[in-house]
Write a protein that binds this ligand. Sequence first.
Ligand code: FAD
Length: 312
Amino acid sequence: MSVLVVAEHLGGELRPVTLELISAAQELEGPVAVAVIAQDPGSLTKAVDVEGVDEILSVAAGPEEFENDVYHAAVEQLVEQRGPDVVLTGFTVNSMAYAPALAAKLGLGFASDVFSFRSEGGALVAERSFYGAKVHAELEFPGHDRVLLMVRPTAWPPAEGPGGASVTEVPVSVDGSRARHVDFQAVAAGDVDITTADFLLSVGRGIGEKENLPQFEELAERMGATLSVSRPIVDAGWMPNARQVGQSGKTVTPKVYLALGISGAVQHLAGMKTSGTIIAVNSDPEAAIFGVAHYGAVADLFEVAEELEKLY
Ligand SMILES: Cc1cc2nc3c(=O)[nH]c(=O)nc-3n(C[C@H](O)[C@H](O)[C@H](O)COP(=O)(O)OP(=O)(O)OC[C@H]3O[C@@H](n4cnc5c(N)ncnc54)[C@H](O)[C@@H]3O)c2cc1C
């Protein structure tokens, strides 16, 4: 299946979701084109030239920053000219502003917040959750030759490696824009943004009591790690939702994920299994977390914490 990825950028830099979309596009094993829509696409076209990209569509349109009407018009013309089977955008505030409307206008199959997809017998099957992540569903798109998927940020690792894509300049006509970009202000991600941490110390129900939590907050700080948790810790009100890893929490991809007293339920694994190195400590040798861990210790987590405290 041929894929058109729509790059996102801000302040002259690619947004991380763009390289994740390129990784996601590889799932379909077809040609991958990446559209860079910008006032001056030059340096951005170089940044998207990574392994797995076949063609870069350089679209000189609009002002420096994202504007809804510009992207709507440009992507519409790219879809009509190039006819990709699948269009991938990030499930981001930018793409939310135009992608659903464009899919409706062009009669494309559509799904948002997609965290997995595949081609099955030539047909696309996408996965997303519903009802506050209580239901996990697979979607098919019968009757649609072309599908637009908005992909959940951090669901795929960023694409990397040297590229060698051809660059095609694609003229599009854009009749002005009703909106004007004034400023970008990032929203604070709770008390901490666990999605950008390199090292997560993650604790689960195995810590037993709320009173034990400060010990791990302190240990995380001493180790230079960020503390994250499994869902029961959030459900119990011991930590804010911003710290939760998993299907109904955050998807994280730290270099190191140290899990203490986490069983490895499928909903937890969905949020951390692509971490660089996973180290698990659990007293149960049958715990599912050991199935994804690169290193594991069948041990009492408090004894391990005590040893770590001696080192840090
Ligand atoms: C729709 C839905 C969405 C969900 N979303 C998420 C999500 O986003 N994130 C998430 O985490 N969960 C999520 N869950 C919940 C998930 O199914 C599990 O219930 C949860 O992940 C379990 O958390 P846990 O591993 O901390 O606890 P448990 O499963 O209770 O595991 C605790 C572990 O600690 C070990 N342990 C106990 N004492 C010690 C000790 N002293 N030393 C070492 N090990 C010890 C035990 O052997 C056990 O393996 C979701 C569930 C549903 C239905």
